[in-house]
Design a protein around this ligand. Structure first.
Ligand code: ZN
Length: 224
């Protein structure tokens, strides 16, 4: 834990409607927000939390040929059998070509995919996957959503909300996004993140927050 370093890799931006970011609240209209991946250098190895596009958090998995994908058991199960309204969220199945095949989805030709045979390790419940790296269950956005807390030697822990809470404004308003499987679970997960941050004196880092993102260190700069 003592020499853990965290890098935020700027993944560009996405545009959605304001009503999608703030469910039933808005205001509507184009909302451009940032996306980023988290690279963790830990004494046990390198971890990626989120690998970026295509949509919008696992598109880079296919480039990590040697990696093991750690995810919630429910997430892997649902990705092959999602609700019709979740289609967009699970439209990029390049992280699991076998699931695409079972669903009859044709993946685009891609040399990266030719070399990619994913290995999965599924988890349930809260888990410390390496010393000071905590996955906390925050379902609702999806069935098996995890948020990640990283502990450091020199600073407060960072709790990456991931899509359990897009932005500080969502948290302040207690307003979930419109992309969700279960709105009540989503709201409970936001409350849980707030409680976890208080309990561990952790700083919340939001997944898609145009304002907060300006204050984050990205690129070669890191948190330690
Ligand atoms: Zn997202």
């Amino acid at each position: 834990m003592s020499d853990t370093k965290v890098y935020l890799l700027d993944g560009g931006t996405l545009v959605i409607d304001g009503f999608h970011a703030f469910w039933n609240r808005g205001p509507g209209g184009e909302l451009r927000f940032p996306c980023y991946a988290v690279l963790i250098e830990h004494k046990d190895g390198r971890y990626m939390f989120d690998t970026g596009y295509d949509f919008d958090h696992c598109g880079g998995n296919k480039h990590l040929h040697e990696a093991c994908t750690i995810c919630h058991a429910k997430e892997l199960e649902v990705s092959g059998n999602c609700q019709p309204f979740e289609h967009l969220g699970y439209s990029d199945l390049t992280f699991a070509p076998e699931i695409a095949k079972k669903k009859g989805v044709q993946l685009p030709p891609d040399p990266a995919l030719d070399m990619y045979t994913p290995k999965f390790q599924t988890l349930t419940g809260d888990q410390e996957i390496a010393k000071g790296l905590w996955l906390f269950e925050t379902p609702g956005h999806t069935a098996g959503h995890y948020s990640l807390m990283v502990e450091f030697a020199k600073r407060r822990p960072i709790l990456f909300t991931a899509d359990a809470c897009y932005s500080k404004k969502n948290m302040d308003m207690m307003c979930i996004s419109s992309f969700h499987l279960d709105p009540t679970a989503s709201l409970n997960s936001m409350k849980r993140l707030k409680e976890l941050a208080a309990k561990h004196d952790a700083e919340l880092f939001y997944s898609h927050d145009p304002e907060s993102f300006k204050t984050y260190q990205t690129g070669a700069a890191y948190y330690e």
